[in-house]
Design a binder for this molecule. Structure first.
Ligand SMILES: *[C@@H]1O[C@H](CO)[C@@H](O)[C@H](O)[C@H]1NC(C)=O
Ligand SMILES: *[C@@H]1O[C@H](CO)[C@@H](O)[C@H](O)[C@H]1NC(C)=O
Ligand SMILES: *[C@@H]1O[C@H](CO)[C@@H](O)[C@H](O)[C@H]1NC(C)=O
Ligand SMILES: *[C@@H]1O[C@H](CO)[C@@H](O)[C@H](O)[C@H]1NC(C)=O
Length: 434
């Protein structure tokens, strides 16, 4: 975070805020270097703001605290994020997107929980201006279908407290040599880190399911920022710096405003589904195992075009069992079973291919750095002298982080003289290059 802070505090540094430094993952240090175009304004399409919101460097003096440790969790909200206490960079990125006309100013919806949100003045949720996914309006940028012949697997709402659910799912998938995508609730991850680690270390894909599972269209822009941003940051800080690429709105509730914030600020693609087992209600008699099985079998034995994205949950032994029971017939019906995040276009994270591959920077256009005037280019390579270890707790991470401070104050970040020095070096390197 120190680079961002420096960049945002010093205009000169912001000119080189896109200078890229190599990054490492928890388990896989590597020597991937990259450079990028220096943006005139750091908000634009080809080098998306998300890469400055979550970037990190192996040399910036920051060690990731071990997942599950007090230092790891202390900086994150315990419940619904306070929209008045968000990292300034997120708010800046939102404001820039709003100013650029990228976030539609459609009204916030209202709802009583358990009912579909409605828009003020009876506005049509299926109108092109709103396009609410709750009402099955399919925005062209959202993912509803899998490729033909593919059963694109995912599970929502993990990690869960019941310590048997995730192991049961992970073990079953491991036995079958497959993985899945977990749309995780940030707050759950905070409280049940070992279940998260089980899935991540098995090579499963981690995606965003918001911090507290609200109806997203009922929230203000800043609340949306908090629900997505904190979840992304916690996943980022728990996976060796991976930046999630996909999110699924709780209840499938998204509209043009929500999906634009997800995309324009955080680079997230919205994923819905094309079939719903209602397996989440198995424990509340909302459905029965027989009904879930019969729906699954109908879809599995049905047409292969489009491919299936079935809404499934890792919320109960029953919901996981329902999947396990159906799995053999997914296979026997000839489906290509794959983790959803891997079949869309092969890249699970914005800066990594998957949960075991190397982490690279986000939004990078390899090979060149343009000057602010865009007149010349050069290549900058920064030598990596260290690899960060997520298992080493540094004094800084132990002492620091009150979250909001960590993200918004220079104090503590500047404590890393090394960081400052490296930033200055990068700055000089770029300027001598241009
Ligand atoms: C997340 O990790 C970054 C290091 O990239 C650190 O600066 C920050 O304090 C962590 N965030 C929280 C909220 O702990
Ligand atoms: C999974 O892979 C292992 C090792 O390659 C193999 O022995 C096993 O038969 C495979 N299992 C399935 C269900 O394909
Ligand atoms: C579900 O139905 C069973 C049998 O009818 C009943 O015993 C149980 O209390 C019900 N559970 C809930 C959560 O309503
Ligand atoms: C992860 O990505 C790497 C390429 O970066 C690839 O070689 C590897 O097979 C992928 N792993 C899985 C499980 O898909």
């Amino acid at each position: 975070m120190s680079l961002i802070l420096l960049a945002s505090l010093f205009p000169l540094f912001s000119l080189v805020s896109a200078v890229v430094v190599p990054s490492t993952s928890l388990a896989h240090s590597h020597d991937s270097y990259a450079t990028t175009t220096t943006p005139g304004s750091w908000y634009h399409q080809s080098s998306h703001p998300v890469h400055t919101l979550f970037r990190r460097a192996p040399d910036d003096g920051i060690e990731y605290p071990p997942v599950g440790s007090p230092a790891w969790s202390s900086g994150f909200p315990r419940d619904a994020p306070d929209p008045a206490q968000l990292p300034r960079q997120w708010v800046d990125a939102l404001n820039a997107a709003v100013s650029a006309g990228k976030i539609p100013s459609i009204p916030i919806s209202q709802n009583t929980p358990g009912t579909n949100p409605t828009y003020p003045g009876g506005a049509n949720p299926n109108s092109p201006g709103i396009c609410s996914a709750t009402y099955k309006c399919r925005h062209v940028d959202d993912i509803w279908d899998a490729p033909n012949g593919v059963f694109a697997s995912s599970f929502d709402d993990g990690p869960q407290p019941a310590c048997l659910i995730t192991p049961k799912l992970v073990d079953f998938l491991r036995t079958n040599n497959v993985t899945t995508t977990h749309f995780m609730i940030g707050k759950n991850l905070l409280f049940y880190p070992s279940q998260f680690q089980m899935a991540f270390s098995a090579g499963h894909d981690i995606a965003v399911h918001t911090w507290t599972h609200p109806y997203m269209t009922t929230l203000s822009n800043e609340q949306i920022l908090g629900e997505l941003g904190w979840t992304m940051l916690l996943i980022h800080n728990s996976t060796g710096g991976r930046v999630p690429r996909y999110w699924r709105p709780p209840y499938g509730d998204s509209d043009n405003r929500v999906r634009a914030i997800a995309k324009e600020v955080f680079g997230l693609t919205t994923v819905i589904w094309n079939q719903d087992t209602r397996d989440w209600s198995l424990t509340t008699n909302g459905t029965t195992p027989q009904i879930v099985q019969s729906s699954m079998h109908e879809w599995i034995s049905g047409p292969k075009s489009p491919g299936l994205i079935i809404l499934e949950h890792e919320v109960s032994d029953q919901s996981v069992s329902a999947f396990i029971e159906a799995y053999p017939s997914i296979r026997s019906n000839g489906w290509n079973f794959a983790s959803l995040a891997q079949v869309v276009d092969g890249k699970v994270y914005q800066n990594a291919d998957n949960s075991t591959s190397a982490v690279t920077m986000v939004g990078i256009m390899p090979g060149s750095i343009s000057s602010a005037s865009g007149s010349s280019t050069s290549t900058l390579t920064t030598a990596s002298s260290s690899s960060s270890s997520g298992n080493t707790m540094s004094a800084e991470s132990t002492n620091s982080v009150k979250a909001f401070n960590a993200a918004t104050s220079l104090q503590g970040r500047m404590s890393s003289a090394k960081s400052f020095f490296l930033m200055a070096l990068s700055f000089l390197a770029v300027n001598s290059a241009v």
